[in-house]
Design a protein around this ligand. Structure first.
Ligand code: F6P
Length: 364
């Protein structure tokens, strides 16, 4: 790459997650050290590309950040250049600002741009690739819902935090003989609820992929109570829904890449259980706690491998690709393939079967 790709941009888009800085480091360090490239950090995701907010990264910016949560570049889930929200006298208008973003890419002399993000970011990578920009994607999200990769970095860290929370909830639930309902993020996929629910030994796990029946959940906690288990833990994904109802939505905001913000299902589940069974319930929403703090060692390692591969793709001029993990090997897939559909939990998943085998209720 030496001499050919001189200026490489990096941006982090969408909701943050642990491991973003480890990716930035593993792209920027070798780019500067071995390839003599200039690395440009785009601030606050694609918003920064539209607004031309960028700065050259220095070696000191990328030192000591492998363990740091968040992102040194900032991020945003409101900056889709193709549907850019603008305040006008008439209210918020959603306009196409992609030409401005392309102009800024050119004005800053970028030879390539590596975008680290989730589903929304990868859609934008695909659109800009079609318009002739040199983009590479790195799959990030605690939700683990991107196709064409076994796992996204950030997921392991989120599951770790949620599992620890469930462990802690066990002791207080047991002391007070309560039903504790714990809500975890994950959007329309149940990966976090399933992973942490199994690891934390939740008695019921409710995920979007398996619409649940209220009666089944009531029966399960009542049966446990009759059998002398005086408490129950229910791990519910924010996107879980009853078979006779819909998603519980906290708000819709058309500035967001996905206008829907989920949240509130734990409150509903807790209230219904309490009303229908007479058992005392409490609800806990873990929310953004799952996205904060240091990445786990697994995520640091994965993020480092992803960053190196992204840089390799840039050096080979393999644009329009997303790095991907298959088994233990990191490789690349066309970004178009990765965005074809959201990766939800398959109903015949081995983990669901194993959880059922140890008596976990899925409300079906
Ligand atoms: O996609 C990551 C995620 O944390 C989802 O799990 C959650 O639904 C959403 O982002 C929350 O978004 P925000 O940070 O805008 O509230």
């Amino acid at each position: 790459m030496k001499g050919s790709l001189k200026r490489i941009g990096i941006l982090t888009g969408g909701g943050d997650c642990p491991g973003l800085n480890a990716v930035i480091r593993s792209i920027a360090k070798p780019a500067m050290t071995y390839f003599g490239a200039t690395v440009i950090g785009v601030m606050d995701g694609f918003e920064g590309l539209v607004e031309g907010r960028m700065r050259e990264l220095a070696p000191k910016d990328i030192g000591g950040i492998v363990n740091l949560g968040g992102t040194i570049l900032g991020t945003s889930n409101k900056g889709n250049p193709f549907q850019y929200p603008v305040e006008t006298p008439k209210g918020i208008e959603v306009l196409d600002y992609s030409r401005q973003a392309i102009q800024n890419y050119r004005d800053w002399g970028l030879d390539a741009l590596i975008a680290i993000g989730g589903d929304g970011t990868m859609h934008i990578v695909d659109r800009f690739t079609e318009l002739g920009l040199n983009l590479v994607g790195v799959p990030k999200t605690i939700d683990n819902d991107l196709s064409s990769t076994d796992v996204t970095f950030g997921y392991d860290s989120a599951v770790y935090v949620a599992t620890e929370a469930i462990d802690r909830l066990h002791t207080t639930a047991s002391a007070h003989h309560r039903v504790m309902v714990v809500e975890v993020m994950g959007r329309y996929a149940g990966w976090i609820a399933l992973g942490s629910g199994v690891a934390g030994g939740a008695d019921a796990i409710l995920i979007p992929e398996i619409p649940f029946k209220w009666e089944k959940v009531y029966e399960h906690v009542l049966l446990r109570s009759k059998q002398g288990n005086k408490f129950s833990i229910i791990c519910v994904a924010e996107g879980a829904k009853p078979a006779d109802g819909g998603l519980v939505v906290k708000e819709t905001d058309k500035k967001r890449t996905d206008p829907v913000r989920l949240g509130g299902i734990a409150e509903l589940v807790g209230r219904k259980i309490s009303e229908s069974t007479g058992l005392e319930t409490r609800e806990v929403v873990l929310g953004h706690v799952l996205r904060g703090g240091s990445p786990t060692p697994y995520d640091r390692i994965l993020a480092t491998k992803y960053g190196s591969m992204a840089l390799q793709l840039v050096s080979e001029k393999k644009f329009g690709y997303m790095v991907s993990l298959r088994g233990t090997e990191v490789s690349a897939v066309p970004v178009k393939e990765a965005i074809m559909q959201l990766r939800t939990v398959p109903l015949d998943s081995q983990l669901i079967m194993s959880a059922r085998a140890v008596g976990t209720c899925f409300g079906d």
